[in-house]
Each structure stands twice: as C-alpha cells, then as structure tokens.
Write a protein that binds this ligand. Structure first.
Ligand SMILES: [Zn+2]
Length: 106
C-alpha cells in the first residue's frame, strides 16, 4: 500500500475522494495523480445543495502546478448527479480551489 496522504493534503481532498495511483514519467519527470470518487459517496448539487449519489461520471485532466519545473497533472473521473431541479450536473471539484491557492503561493 502506498501512502498518498501528502497529495490528499495538497489537494484538499475529503474522504469522498481517493487517489488510486500516482505515476511518474521518467523522461519528462511529470507526475500524474489518478483520482476517483469513493464508491457510495454522495455529492452535493453545486447549484441547489441537494445530496445525491452519482448517476454517471466524466473524465477530466488538470495541470495542477509547475513547481521547480515539475509538471503535476491530475486525471480524475468526476461524478455527475441528476438533480430534480437542476438536471444533470458535475459535482464541485475540491482541487480546483487548491490549485488556485497553490498558484497564489508561488
Ligand atoms: Zn440542484
């Protein structure tokens, strides 16, 4: 078992998310984190706040930061929920806030 708690802390992940793998490209030195939502976790509708089990997912990839010339990517399956009021929506992504903080700091 790998301990990914360092990355979880950087990204501000809640227990609803887990890091399933971290890969390093030996040639470029790029680090890529692979994330998923935890099975059975409910997520809030970003518009009305309703708590729902995911009804689907979409893939996404982010460039998190460029720290000492190491590029740091995040690949994730982002849950989508079906809300009675708002329709099908993507849930809020914690590391989009973390990435903003990260950029300010450096
Ligand atoms: Zn809603």
């Amino acid at each position: 078992m790998h301990d990914y708690s360092f990355y979880s802390a950087i990204l501000g992940l809640s227990s609803d998310w887990r890091i399933i793998n971290v890969t390093v490209d030996k040639q470029s030195g790029e680090i890529e984190l692979h994330l998923r939502s935890r099975r059975g976790s409910k997520f809030r509708c970003p518009t009305c706040g309703a708590l729902k089990l995911p009804s689907g997912s979409t893939k996404g990839r982010w460039l998190h930061g460029n720290h000492h010339n190491i590029r740091f990517f995040i690949s994730a399956l982002i849950p989508t929920i079906t809300c009675e009021c708002c329709g099908e929506v993507k849930v809020e992504i914690p590391w989009e806030h973390a990435a903003a903080l990260y950029k300010e700091e450096w």
